[in-house]
Write a protein that binds this ligand. Structure first.
Ligand code: GLV
Ligand code: MN
Ligand code: MN
Length: 420
């Protein structure tokens, strides 16, 4: 036992909560919106600038910095046994276009704060501890998301990801080349390595912890999701002269489909169905639309329900296409999952020791921990956020809530890093 531990000082006592808060606010400047939110899309110039600041903070604390072929960024505190599989903790710093200051960023900065603080401990942990910022979790610019964690764990091939294009035709390959070219001083490592355990801290993005007056959520699992893209092809025509019977109006067909899909997924009540992206071609007021393109995000905690409803989506779209041709592509299918009890117990025990009220909670949102759970023991720590608001510029979490979550994380990482 170290002198620090003998004096009863825990790793969580080393966390500098003011520094962590300052860093959260500093990072929010990259892509800041006038409404107080963040628009920092994956692999954007704003993200490149934010990554540089992260790397500078890590180097100041004496950590080694690495990136990999998909752009994941790692900050390593070397353990007493450098050959032992490290403990990993992090999240993402890309945001939705109308994102907030905390989604993802809290988990990256809490992990970075933990490794910076633990670097000051009187002794090294047995295993190395690494903080990580995964590439493109949100999937807002390049869809589907979770690219960094999926490439790392081998869930999806890198080549396919590199070919994905944003709405302007820029590929992941080309945007990523800019990111990596901006980091000539960062050592590149190959994709993936053995990990002892992964812990991700995140805001809840829902109202439960706040309502229940709990500081910490010990996440039991993540609800499943399926994503589709639907392309409806009609024919461009004059909006005034083309008789109804001759029209192939892609938007009217798409709207009919969405209405039918909304009926299809009405039961059970907790099915989440979202059409968040809708594009029209040629997008001109006096032209019958030639093409409509929309996304479907379907989520439910029960894999049977997710399977049944998701499987019915293509037929429902085709049945409502009218004179148009319809293409339905499923781009992601992530079943519901549960995190292992051992890690959940480690997290709840740390919360108990810090006398923080906690409860188990199921994650309705997706996270990189989903992919990591296929790779190593994984778990998540939630903190409350105001009114459960997220994917919104007004997303907010109080400094003391950030402090609670990061202190639990530090104790958990230390305990896992000392494990055999
Ligand atoms: C992640 O941002 C999600 O959409 O669940
Ligand atoms: Mn997130
Ligand atoms: Mn998000």
């Amino acid at each position: 036992m170290s002198a620090t531990e003998q004096r009863g000082i825990r790793p969580s006592d080393l966390i500098d909560v003011d520094r962590l808060w300052r860093r959260l606010m500093r990072l929010a400047e990259f892509g800041a919106t006038s409404a107080g939110g963040v628009n920092r899309l994956a692999l954007s110039p704003e993200e490149i600038a934010a990554r540089k600041v992260l790397a500078d903070w890590a180097r100041e604390a004496g950590l080694s910095v690495f990136n990999d072929p998909i752009g994941n960024l790692f900050f390593r505190l070397e353990g007493a046994d450098p050959a032992a599989a490290p403990v990993l903790s992090g999240s993402h710093i890309d945001s939705q276009p109308t994102g907030g200051k905390f989604d993802g960023t809290f988990g990256v900065l809490a992990a970075l704060e933990a490794v910076c603080a633990l670097a000051l401990a009187a002794r090294k942990p047995r295993r190395s501890i690494e903080a990580v910022a995964w590439t493109n979790e949100e999937g807002s610019r390049f869809s589907p998301g979770m690219m960094g964690s999926e490439a790392f764990t081998g869930q999806r091939a890198l080549d396919g990801m590199l070919a994905v294009e944003d709405v302007n035709g820029t590929s992941v390959r080309s945007a990523l080349a800019h990111v990596l070219a901006a980091e000539p001083d960062i050592s590149r490592r190959p994709l993936g390595f053995p990990v002892h355990a992964y812990v991700e801290a995140h805001i809840e993005q829902g109202p439960i912890l706040e309502r229940e007056g709990k500081s910490i959520g010990v996440v039991s699992g993540i609800q499943g999701s399926r994503r589709f893209r639907v392309t409806v092809r009609g024919e461009a025509a004059h909006a005034g002269t083309t008789p109804r019977r001759d029209r192939k109006d892609a938007v009217l067909a798409a709207v009919g489909m969405i209405d039918a899909l909304a009926q299809l997924v009405r039961d059970p009540e907790d099915v989440m169905f979202t059409v968040g992206l809708f594009r029209v071609q040629p997008n001109a007021p006096s032209v019958v639309p030639r093409e409509a393109y929309f996304s479907i995000d379907l989520r439910h905690p029960d894999n049977d329900v997710l399977g049944r409803l998701g499987d019915a989506i293509p037929d429902c779209c085709h049945a409502n296409g009218g004179a148009c041709t319809v293409g339905v592509e499923e781009i992601a299918h992530a079943p519901s999952l549960g995190f292992p009890g051992r890690l959940r117990e480690t997290i709840s025990a740390a919360a108990e020791r810090l006398e923080l009220p906690w409860q188990e909670i199921h994650s309705a949102a997706g996270h990189d921990a989903r992919q990591l759970h296929y790779h190593c023991d994984s778990g998540m720590i939630f903190i409350p956020c105001r009114d459960g608001i997220s994917h919104n510029e007004s997303e907010w979490t109080e400094p003391h809530q950030v402090a609670d979550g990061s202190r639990v994380l530090a104790d958990v990482l230390w305990e896992l890093a000392d494990a055999r």
